[in-house]
Write a protein that binds this ligand. Structure first.
Ligand code: PMP
Length: 430
C-alpha cells in the first residue's frame, strides 16, 4: 500500500496547521508513520488520497454508527442547506430532535444542544456546580471528557497518547477542584468523598470507558457510584458521548439500567456533524439560562444542518432498533476471530468488548483501569496497527482508543480483517 499523496499532503499541512492536524490523535504520532488523508468514504470503507480502500473500524470516532455517507443523513443535510445554513434564531427542528431524544433516553426531561462533546461535558459540570453550590468534581484516570481545563487531569485518549494527561495551561486553581479516582475502584471514590465531605458537586464518568481502550464497568461499580451520589448529595454525570445511541437507543443508562442525573452526548446524536448535548430532569435543566442562573450559550448551537443530520440519524436508529444487537453480534464475531488468531500464535492479549465497542490490548493483565490499559501500550500494538493498515484495515492509531463498529460492516469484511491478522500475526511476536 502506498501513501505517496498522503505523505505530500501531510508535509504541506504541517507548514500551516500545528502538527498538520486539527486534533492530535490523527497525527499517528503514537504509532509513527504518515497519517492517512481521506478523500471520501461510503458505508464501511474509507478511500484515501492514494486510492487505497480501507475497512474502517473507527467511523469518525463513533458518530457514523450506520456507516459513512448514510443516505438519509446526507439527503437531510442537503435539503436543509438549501434553506439557509444558520440563523441564530429558534427553529422547529430543534424541538423535533429534542422531543425524539427525550423520548428515547431514560431519566431526562429536557436537553440542550451544543457543538461538541467537550462543550457538553464542560457545561454539564458548570450546571452541576451551580445547582449543588459546590465546586469539586471527581473524574476517573483515563476517562476523557473533552479538552476543557478541568478535565485535563489524567485524561485519556489523545491527552495520554501524547504524554500530556495533565496539560500545561491548566491552572493549579482549576486542577485542585478535579479529584482523581481509579476506574472500577469504588473504595477509592468513597475515600475521596470522605476527605472532601460536602465539597463535591459531581462525579463524571464514561459509564463504559472508551478512551483507554474499551473498559467495561465491573458489576456493582456504577450502582455503587449511584448510591454514593444519593447519600452525599452529589450529581452523577454520565458522559455518554461515545455510548449514547450506540450501546442502545437509550445508551448505557438503558443497557446497564442505572440512572444518571445529567447525561452528556456527542458523536451519534449529530449524525457526523458537530453536535453535542447535555440533558437532565426539569429541575436541573431549568437551572440553566435563560430560565435559571447558570450561563451557557452558543452562536451555532442547534444549527439547522447539524440538527437535520442528528434527527435523520436518531430517526433511522429508532426505526431500526435491531441494529444494536446486530452490531453486538458483529463485535462478538470479530472478538472471537482476533482472539483465535492471537492465541494460536501465542501472543499475550486481552480483548475488552461491550456492544459495538471493542479494544485489543497486548498485555497479560486484565484491563480494568488506566494502569492496566497502559500496560498494553507497547511496540506490539504499533506493529499490529501498521500491519493491519498495510492489509487495508483501519484501526485506531493508539492503544488508548476503542474501535467503533458500524452497521455497514459485513461479516465478509470481518472475515477479511481476521485473515489480515492471520497474515501479520507472526510479526507480532517479540
Ligand atoms: N467525552 C467522551 C467520552 C469522548 O470520547 C469525547 C471525544 N472523543 C469527548 C467527550 C469530547 O468530545 P469532542 O471531541 O466532540 O469535543
Amino acid at each position: 500500500m502506498l501513501y505517496k499523496r498522503s505523505s505530500a499532503l501531510f508535509a504541506e499541512a504541517q507548514k500551516v496547521i500545528p502538527g498538520g492536524v486539527n486534533s492530535p490523535v490523527r497525527a499517528f504520532k503514537a504509532v509513527g508513520g504518515t497519517p492517512i488523508f481521506v478523500k471520501e468514504a461510503k458505508g464501511a470503507y474509507l478511500y484515501d488520497e492514494d486510492d487505497n480502500r480501507l475497512i474502517d473500524y473507527i467511523a469518525s470516532w463513533g458518530p457514523l454508527i450506520l456507516g459513512h455517507a448514510y443516505e438519509p443523513v446526507v439527503e437531510a443535510v442537503i435539503e436543509k442547506a438549501k434553506k439557509g445554513t444558520s440563523f441564530g434564531m429558534p427553529t422547529a427542528i430543534e424541538t423535533e430532535i429534542a422531543e425524539l431524544a427525550v423520548s428515547l433516553v431514560p431519566n431526562i426531561d429536557k436537553i440542550r444542544f451544543v457543538n461538541s462533546g467537550t462543550e457538553a461535558c464542560m457545561s454539564a459540570v458548570r450546571l452541576a456546580r451551580g445547582y449543588t453550590k459546590k465546586d469539586k468534581i471527581i473524574k476517573f484516570a483515563g476517562c476523557y471528557h473533552g479538552h476543557s481545563d478541568s478535565f485535563l487531569i489524567q485524561a485519556g485518549s489523545g491527552a495520554v497518547t501524547f504524554g500530556a494527561p495533565n496539560s500545561p495551561g491548566v491552572t493549579q486553581g482549576t486542577a485542585k477542584d478535579t479529584l482523581l479516582a481509579s476506574y472500577n475502584d469504588l473504595d477509592n471514590v468513597k475515600e475521596l468523598i470522605q476527605v472532601n465531605k460536602g465539597e463535591i458537586a459531581a462525579i463524571i464518568i464514561e459509564p463504559v470507558a472508551g478512551n483507554m481502550g474499551c473498559i467495561v464497568p465491573k458489576e456493582g461499580f456504577l450502582e455503587g457510584l449511584r448510591s454514593l451520589c444519593d447519600a452525599h448529595g452529589i450529581l452523577l454525570i454520565f458522559d455518554e458521548v461515545m455510548t449514547g445511541f450506540r450501546l442502545a437507543l437509550g445508551g448505557a443508562q438503558e443497557l446497564l439500567n442505572i440512572k444518571a442525573d445529567i447525561v452528556c452526548f456527542g458523536k451519534v446524536i449529530g449524525g457526523g456533524l458537530p453536535v453535542g448535548a447535555f440533558a437532565a430532569n426539569n429541575e436541573i435543566m431549568d437551572y440553566l439560562a435563560p430560565n435559571g442562573p447558570v450561563y451557557q450559550a452558543g452562536t451555532l448551537s442547534g444549527n439547522p444542518l447539524a440538527m437535520s443530520a442528528g434527527l435523520a440519524m436518531l430517526s433511522a436508529l429508532k426505526n431500526k432498533p435491531e441494529v444494536f444487537s446486530s452490531l453486538s453480534k458483529k463485535a462478538a464475531y470479530l472478538h472471537e476471530g482476533i482472539s483465535k488468531v492471537l492465541t494460536k500464535e501465542g501472543i499475550e492479549h486481552r480483548i475488552n468488548r461491550l456492544g459495538s465497542m471493542i479494544s485489543v490490548h497486548f498485555t497479560n493483565r486484565d484491563v480494568v483501569d488506566f494502569d492496566s490499559a497502559a500496560s498494553g501500550n507497547n511496540p506490539i500494538f504499533n506493529t499490529y496497527f501498521h500491519g493491519m493498515l498495510k492489509e487495508g484495515v483501519y484501526l485506531p492509531p493508539s492503544a488508548f482508543e476503542s474501535y467503533f463498529l458500524n452497521d455497514a460492516l459485513s461479516f465478509e469484511d470481518i472475515d477479511f480483517t481476521i485473515k489480515a491478522l492471520e497474515k501479520i500475526a507472526p510479526t507480532l511476536k517479540k
